[in-house]
Design a protein around this ligand. Structure first.
Ligand SMILES: [Zn+2]
Length: 207
């Protein structure tokens, strides 16, 4: 399969695509399990995941279709997801607190306060943190914005992680240093206005 990028001995990801819209899929090779962060929305992902011939644990970042679309084709032994995502998937264990696993590689699954999607979660392993779309804004009614309180909580959460690199879905670059992501979010947080719960950003939508 094309579009597989190796990050370390244990970590790799399948690149996102746009037609159909399908998010990046993180792969962590444990001793016992294959840990899969998001499954995307193309069948080929499930075939690739099966080719490892290992029991699969899926971690779903948030409820959007381009991240969870092919969950039925991946025969997961266990699914971790946010409570809101659980409503869409109809199965899996809701992550309400930090979870730690040792599967030859140390894995940390954590709730991620996010303006983009309620009930976002992330996964860190081997110095990298998969964040899905969690650091992105919300867009509604042609407005692009962050919830100031959630953003503050998110920045604190990100600072508490050990990972040196943050992995952001859909972005061609995908691998960012933690500092550049946190400083970008700090910059956005500094734009907040007194008495407004939201931080509105310039939208590119002109019509
Ligand atoms: Zn999304």
């Amino acid at each position: 399969m094309s579009g597989i990028i190796k990050l370390s001995e244990r970590l790799s990801y399948i690149k996102a695509c746009e037609e159909p819209l399908s998010a990046d899929v993180g792969i962590v090779l444990g001793d016992r399990y294959l840990w899969v962060f998001d499954v995307g929305a193309v069948k080929a992902n499930a075939e690739y995941i099966r080719s490892f011939k290992k029991p699969v644990i899926c971690v779903l970042s948030h409820f959007h279709q381009d991240h969870i679309g092919e969950i039925e084709s991946v025969d997961a032994e266990k699914i971790y997801l946010g409570a809101n995502t659980q409503k869409y998937v109809g199965q899996g264990e809701a992550v309400t607190d930090d979870l730690y696993f040792d599967d030859g590689v140390k894995i940390h699954i954590f709730p991620l306060p996010s303006s983009h999607a309620k009930g976002s979660i992330g996964l860190e392993a081997d110095g990298y943190a998969f964040l899905g779309d969690g650091t992105y804004s919300c867009s509604k009614n042609r407005k692009i914005f962050y919830n100031a309180t959630l953003l503050k909580d998110e920045i604190n959460r990100l600072r508490s992680l050990e990972a040196k690199y943050f992995l952001l879905s859909h972005d061609e670059k995908f691998v960012f240093s933690r500092d550049e992501v946190i400083s970008e979010l700090d910059k956005i947080y500094s734009l907040r206005q007194k008495d407004s719960p939201y931080i509105f950003l310039q939208s590119n939508v002109t019509d």
